[in-house]
Ligand binder design. Sequence first.
Ligand SMILES: NC(=O)c1ccc[n+]([C@@H]2O[C@H](COP(=O)([O-])OP(=O)(O)OC[C@H]3O[C@@H](n4cnc5c(N)ncnc54)[C@H](OP(=O)(O)O)[C@@H]3O)[C@@H](O)[C@H]2O)c1
Length: 388
Amino acid sequence: MTTMTRAYAITAEAVAAEAQRTGESAEEIDVSNVVHLDDLELRDLGPRDVKLKILAVSAEHNITHAATADTINIAEARGGKIYPGNSAVGEVLEIGDEVTRLDVGDVVITHCNGEPDENGFPLRIWAYDQPESIGWYSKEAVVEDWQLIKAPLDSGLSLWEIAALPLRAPTAYHLWRRALGIYRVKVPYERQARLNVLSFGGGVGELFLMLAKAEGHNAFFCAGSKERRDSLEKLGIVGIDQKQFNRFASSDDVKAFNKHVKGLTDGVGMHLVCDMLRGPVFEAGMAVAARCGVNVSAGWQLSQVVSYNSTVQSVKQVTIDHTHYETPVGCEAATELYGSVFKPTIHNEIYSFEDLPRCFQEMHENTQTGIPIIRVADEMPESVKDLV
Ligand SMILES: NC(=O)c1ccc[n+]([C@@H]2O[C@H](COP(=O)([O-])OP(=O)(O)OC[C@H]3O[C@@H](n4cnc5c(N)ncnc54)[C@H](OP(=O)(O)O)[C@@H]3O)[C@@H](O)[C@H]2O)c1
């Protein structure tokens, strides 16, 4: 029997119309003009499929990348339309004949590794560049069981906090184990236990620092948002106001930032830096690198291309590493840390499903005070009623 549901879509037509209206200026684009509610026919349940009622989702930046077509025009590349959404919490409504890990009534989170390579790393991301993939900014969804993880409902987190993590926590977890692993090739634990760890603004960077803090390192958060800095300071993570350094607009700003960081770290600098933004942030992150430092990134919000002085970095023994998203088993491991390590900062409004386009525009405008969450289900299952 055909199941119809309501789902948000981005069409190449809407992307083109908004680009034309704004003269192709990414800053002026109103994302809410590009994301539209649509009728979606769900596929029939296959033997490994699970049908979900979506309870809550978090807003992720790739919808902005899709709406502004700043990386590639993904809606056009995917044949004219995508159904976005790659981070969700849902209730299992039905399972296929071969599904044994999950049961009807379970509450699950999704991961967005759309197609693992031979080492588990994603070749493509679900609901973005994975062909035929349908995202979860919808009332209901059908997905294969390997993409689902049981939600840790006893982690001490609210449903909204759990909804903040399915995409960002595995990304941070992977960045963390890569950064630390690379540093330890150069400087073993035996020689140095405590590292200086810096991240710039954003949910992924915050979670990266929570991992660092939980393992006893010195953690520093350089962001423009006072609310987000205050929230991390409660966990003992030192805030640095990025706007005090004019978001590194000039080389003097970078120099002043470097001086400030050296003051905070006894002249040593940062052993690990997480930079999801690139652009001017990259220069700043590289300037404060300690000897043998590692600079990791899985994002390119401000620019896709960076340049650096190879000689200087060689002499300093600095490594620049690129990651994307976790392996499916890594996503499971990251989920074990919900609540004990990962305590996400949530934006102060929980958006309704109808307000999803406005939520994305506000994310684009960078006016939110934490990770933005959208409540999708009006009626919540009994198992999460105490968590909302
Ligand atoms: N590869 C992956 O799997 C993956 C996963 C998640 C995210 N990402 C990418 O990583 C980036 C960050 O995502 P997120 O989820 O961590 O962020 P987020 O929670 O959505 O927050 C975005 C942050 O960007 C900062 N920002 C915005 N404009 C800025 C500017 N002009 N200069 C400096 N900072 C600015 C803001 O920090 P302040 O204003 O407070 O400084 C804000 O907190 C996005 O581009 C996203 O696409 C990649």
